[in-house]
Each structure stands twice: as C-alpha cells, then as structure tokens.
Design a protein around this ligand. Structure first.
Ligand code: FEO
Ligand code: CA
Ligand code: CA
Ligand code: CA
Length: 705
C-alpha cells in the first residue's frame, strides 16, 4: 500500500501547495480575494434522473473495479467495502494488460520527493538550457546580479519562464535532435524579493521597476542541440533572437481593436499597446506562429476603488482588479497603471497574443476575436477544411472554458502571401463558451468524488456562441443585451449571461493530434461547495477540491467546429489511495500520485504529459506522462520533480528530449536574495534563477521507448 507523504503546510488561502509568495507575485493574491464570478448562472447539477443511457447502464458494472484499490490511510466513502472486495479483480486485470507501459512511457517513474533538484528517471541526463539573465541579444552583457540594469535585462532572457515552444529553424539540416531550433518562452511575472538584494516592497526604485518591465514578456532564442546528447545551448546574437517586454509595441487586431473600451490618451485610436503582461501558457500554430495567454493582468493596476461609474466598477470587479496600490507600484512610474489616470488601460490586457518568431521586426498582435479573460493558454488545431479551432481556459475559480472557430482556411506553404494570409486567421470567426451537462442523477454527485452508478463522471455539452467577427473588424453579438465590443472586451460577463459552466480553474487545454480528443486541465478549486458558492457537479465533482481533475472532451473528429460534444473525466487527481481519485479506470496501485494539473502537452506517441502547479501531496511539483488510449490508458507515471518552491511549466516532448521550464524556484515564504530557500540551479551561494531544462536518455534512444 502506498504511504501518504507528510503534507507540507499549505497556504491558508487554500490555494493548493503554493507559498504565499507565489500567490502574491504571480496572481496578485487571487485566492485571497473574493471569487470574481458571483453570477447566478445555473450549474449543471440538475441532471435528468431518467436519462441514463444504455452505455451508462453497462458502465455501472465497472464501478467497483474502478474504485478497486481504494484502501487504507484515508476515510473511505460509501461503497468502499465493495471496492476493496474487488481489489484482486483489479490486479488480475492489470496482469491481463501486460507488463509494458505504453510506448513513450517506458521509464522508471520518479518517486514523489522534496529534493532541491530536477529529479529525473535513472538512465536519463539533463542540462540547464538557459537561465534568467543570460544574454541573448547582441550587446547584452553577461548576467551580474550586482550590476543588473533595465538596459541589460532588455537583452537578456526574462524571469519566470512558463510556456515553451520549439520551432524549426529554416535551412537547418540536422533536425530537432542535434540541429538548431527556435525556442520561444513566456516570462509570466517577476519575484522582486528574489531578484533584488534588500528589496523594499513599499518603495521599489525606478531602476528595479524598469528591470521588472524588461524581465516580463517573451523571449525568442535560437538553441542548438549537442551532437551526443539531448542537451540544448542558446545561440546568443542570432538574428532571430528577440525580447518583447512591458514596453514593446503590440498591435490590437480583430473586432475590439479601435473600440471605445481600448482607447487611451497615448493611443486614441485603440490599435497600439505597449507591452504584454503575465504571459502564462500558450500554443503553437500549424502556420508557424506562437500564441501567448495574458493571465493575471489585473494585479498590475492600481486604484480601482476610486472608479465611481457603477458599470465600469462592476467590470473591474468581475476581472479581479482590486483597489489600492498595486503589488509592484508600477503606477508610481507610469500613469497607465493608475486607473484614475488611464481607466481603459486594463482593457488592453487579458488577450491572446500571436507572435511570428520568424519575423524579428514584426509587432506581435493581440487577437481580440479570442475574447478577453485571464487566458491560460491557447492551442489550435485544424478543421478538415483547414480552419483553426483554438481551445482556451480562463484560470480563475468558477470561470469558463472557451473555443474560437475561425471562418478562414489556413494557406499551405511558406510564400509571403501564405504567411500574411495566415496572420489573419484569428481575426475572423466565432467565439464560444462551454456548458457541460452530466448524465448521472444529481443526487449521485455528492461532492466527495464518489463515482456515480454509471461508473463515470461524464455527459454532454454545448458550445454557446458569444459573438462572430468578420473582415474589417465588423462583428455581431450573440448575447442579448451586450454589444459585440462588450462581448469581446468583457467576455466573462458574456459567459455569465449565457449560463456557461463554472469550472475548477480551467488551465491549459490540449487537443490530441492523434485522436482529436481535447484535454482540459482543471487545477483545483478549494471554494467549490463553500456556503454561497456553486457546489459539486458532474464535471467538477468534488467540493473543496484541492487536487483538480483532467477532463476529456470528445468532438466529432472531423468537425471540431461542431457545437455539441461529449465529455468524461479522464483523471480525478490526488493520492491513488484516496477513494475520490480516478485514473481512467487503470488500477490505482500502479500509478503515480498527482495533484493540481496545470500545463498539458502531447508526445509523439499520443501520450498526454501533465505538469503540476502547487501539488498538495507533500512532494514537489512534477511532470507526468499518461497513456490516453489502448490497454494502458490511465497509467500515469511521474517523469521528473522540481527543485524547492518551483512549479513545472512549459512541457514539450520531442522524440529525443523533454523540455521543462522551472518557474519560481525558491519561491518560499520568508525567502529573499539574502536568505534563499533553494540553491538551484547553480549551488549554494549563487542566486536562485528560473531556467529551462532539457532531459534526454543517456543511451541516445528516444524518450520512453
Ligand atoms: Fe499562470 Fe494559470 O497559471
Ligand atoms: Ca455519469
Ligand atoms: Ca499555469
Ligand atoms: Ca499545452
């Protein structure tokens, strides 16, 4: 029987295993503020009792098998006795399934641990690809924490790497294994306390603020593979290398560009924004661009309490823009972060940004047709006729899942015309929000995570249209009482009005390139079921949900533009000994414990890789692979763990390497530059630095085969 690891004291805000410092710098203490979604739109517990399908009836027989290894350690829910009785059956089933893990997942899983390193499987090697502060642009100096300046930082790799993309370098002959590739990285936010000696949070200096501006944003850096390993090294001064920061020029495109809500004194036409904020996860498009979600942008703006117009105040509240000074005090150095001076500036953030990494002179575009919310990521795939469909999560407790379906087809090839055409794909199309309906009686969803009698948390759903954008910035609203501009700029309010389903923090979403099924990481929601808050429903079946779940959404494979879908919970995360967990029916004594799924990615074999944020089981955060199909479906294996205080971000799995972004190492309450909580990556006495890590097999073979 697996022993529960000692629990690390969690942050009193109930935000999973995060430190208070993470909450403060990353999300602007989102978990301590009231949940912004106070709408009374129904949630989906109201399911028709008589609607059990034949499929559901057949599944009922599987219930006991599913919960089979629930035993020991934790209080057992109703039905556990039957579950225990079925344990031998589960073992026999595992035997029948054979000994080998799915191709791509054949490694010895890393045990949960609290080592201050990146812990990887036996037989694998690793290297630090690039750290915060390493020079990437011509003329940028080597990193020197004692002489750091905004000018230096603007030419160096930014802080807190999150989303990662690797794209082919034109003309490269050695391919992704040993050749050069273009790495694109998000820099979500800054930890000033861990960046500056003697940092005074009440009185940051102009230089410190400007360094933080330059440490946010995006990096493009060419990297080169080592001949005899999977190690990657940056190629400084390559002509594609680039930094985009809080002061770089971005264009607003699509229906909400030029609208009254995005005009400011500095930009009266509403088309040019300085900077991008809080870039969390993202996506890579089939036409060779990258997408970057602007997430907790609300925390950078000050003085919301001084906004007296009730409509505007309500909009700010729905987006969690709090009153008073901002955490980083940027409003003291740039008026646009002060709502009393520039009330529309927050409306110019919270978008999906599209970057063309192959055109170092291009201004990235904020694609307003994809709506404005706390965008986690944005991953597209194509319809059969070549139109992109982009899946997106709004990462806040009780917020929504969205998709955008373009009305334009991708042009093939790399001609100038094709590239220019493809840069218009995300400006025209329809934005939808998801409503999930369970197929089990509401009474069977009791908030404990106990499976309903049909053996699965599952059901159907609809994509509810919010607005459609056309050429030339024209658009039509599908939401009664809201104009198209309002739908695009205040998308959360549109979701409230149409009765979207309140989810447990929708993070990264990834369509499987092989099966077409779509995987939604729902990190946690410790507010679910609290007085006055939405209770458990079949897609979010646990109250006080601290471990999260992964939802599998099934659309017509050839018609991802369809507006109806089926869904089931693929994983209900937590310690496998906890009866309230589920691993797609795979025997639970044969999987790794997982908590707080966040970023998701697919490997070349069709396995889903899941990184965690704020894991609550006493281990550091980690990266896991899980089979999504075949006899091993649901077999989840831990591939690596993070150093102290770090979150696992940006996973990418190529044939020969796994790439992860180690975000906020050492971000532990009470830590500072003088009193570091971690010695990663360079050992004691050196500054703790977020960095990208590459992992490969030492025998030169493919990952996990
Ligand atoms: Fe930046 Fe939702 O994680
Ligand atoms: Ca069900
Ligand atoms: Ca995330
Ligand atoms: Ca992803």
């Amino acid at each position: 029987m697996r022993k529960l690891l000692p629990l690390i004291t969690s942050h009193p805000g109930g935000s999973g295993g995060r430190s208070a410092m993470t909450c403060r710098f990353r999300c602007g203490d989102a978990c301590f503020h009231p949940v912004p979604n106070t709408s009374d739109n129904e949630y989906m517990g109201d399911v028709i009792a008589g609607a059990l399908s034949r499929r559901s009836m057949m599944r009922a027989a599987a219930v006991v098998t599913v919960a089979a290894s629930a035993a020991g350690g934790l209080a057992l829910g109703p039905g556990a006795a039957e579950a225990q009785a079925a344990a031998p059956e589960a073992a026999a089933e595992a035997k029948r399934r054979g000994k080998k893990a799915a191709r791509g997942l054949r490694f010895t899983p890393v045990a949960p641990n609290t080592a201050d390193t990146v812990t990887i499987p036996t037989g694998y090697g690793q290297n630090v690809v690039i750290r915060w502060g390493e020079p990437i642009l011509r003329g940028a100096p080597a990193f020197d924490p004692d002489k750091q300046s905004a000018k230096a930082q603007a030419g160096q790799f930014g802080y807190n790497n999150d989303f990662l993309s690797l794209l082919p370098l034109p003309g490269e002959k050695h391919g992704e294994n040993h050749g050069r590739q273009v790495l694109v990285a998000n820099h979500e936010y800054t930890d000033e306390i861990l960046m500056f000696k003697a940092y005074d949070a009440k009185n940051p200096t102009r230089e410190q603020v400007e360094i933080a501006w330059a440490a946010h944003g995006l990096s493009v850096v060419v990297v080169e593979g080592e001949r005899k390993s999977g190690a990657l090294r940056p190629v400084p001064r390559h002509h594609l290398n680039r930094r985009l920061t809080v002061t770089s020029k971005f264009h607003l495109t699509g229906p909400a560009a030029r609208s009254e809500f995005v005009r400011t004194k500095a930009d009266p036409r509403g088309v040019t924004v300085l900077g991008t904020l809080n870039n969390c996860s993202g996506g890579t498009t089939p036409w060779g661009t990258t997408l970057h979600g602007e997430e907790n942008f609300n925390q950078y703006f000050a003085n919301a309490e001084k906004v007296t117009d009730p409509t505007q105040a309500a909009r700010l509240k729905r987006y969690g823009v709090a009153g008073g000074e901002s955490e980083r005090k940027w409003e003291r150095f740039d008026d646009r972060f002060d709502l009393t001076k520039e009330p529309n500036e927050p409306n110019r953030f919270g978008w999906v940004v599209e970057l063309d990494p192959y055109d170092p002179d291009s201004a990235p575009r904020k694609r307003t047709a994809l709506g404005r919310f706390k965008h986690e990521g944005a991953q597209p795939r194509l319809t059969r006729d070549g139109r992109p469909v982009v899946y997106m999560g709004d990462d806040e407790r009780f917020d929504y899942v969205y998709k955008f379906v373009s009305s334009k087809r991708m042009a093939k090839g790399s001609s100038r015309w094709a590239r220019e055409h493809n840069l218009t794909l995300l400006d025209e199309g329809t934005l939808y929000v998801a409503k999930f309906t369970g197929d089990s009686p509401a009474a069977e969803i009791d908030g404990t995570g106990k499976l309903p009698s049909d053996g699965e948390f599952d059901g159907g759903g609809t994509w509810i249209p919010l607005a459609t954008a056309y050429a030339g910035g024209k658009a039509v609203s599908h939401v009664e009482g809201m104009t198209a501009d309002e739908v695009y700029v205040f998308t959360r309010l549109a979701g409230d009005k149409v009765g979207a389903t309140k989810m447990d923090r929708p993070e990264d979403i990834e369509p499987s390139p092989q099966s077409g099924k779509v995987y939604v990481a729902l990190t946690n929601n410790t507010d679910r079921g609290k007085p006055g808050k939405a209770g458990a429903d079949e897609a979010n079946p646990r109250n006080l949900n601290k471990h999260g779940q992964v939802l599998e959404l099934t659309e017509s494979r050839n018609r991802p533009e369809a507006t109806r879908f089926g869904w089931n919970l693929f994983l209900v995360a937590g310690d496998p000994n906890d009866p309230a967990t589920y691993f797609a029916g795979f025997p639970k004594d044969k999987v790794s414990p997982i908590s707080c799924p966040d970023n998701v990615a697919f490997d070349p074999h069709g396995n889903l890789w899941i990184s965690t944020d704020g894991a609550q089981l006493g281990s550091h955060d980690g990266l896991f692979g899980v089979a999504t199909k075949g006899e091993r479906r649901g077999e989840l294996k831990q591939f690596l763990t993070m150093p102290k205080g770090a979150e696992t971000c940006g996973p990418l799995v190529q044939d020969r390497r796994v790439l992860v972004a180690v975000q906020h190492p050492g971000e532990i309450d009470g830590a500072s530059v003088e009193k570091p909580a971690s010695a990663w990556p360079d050992g004691p006495g050196k500054l703790v630095r977020p960095a990208v890590v590459s992992v490969w097999r030492e025998d030169g073979c493919d990952i996990g085969v």
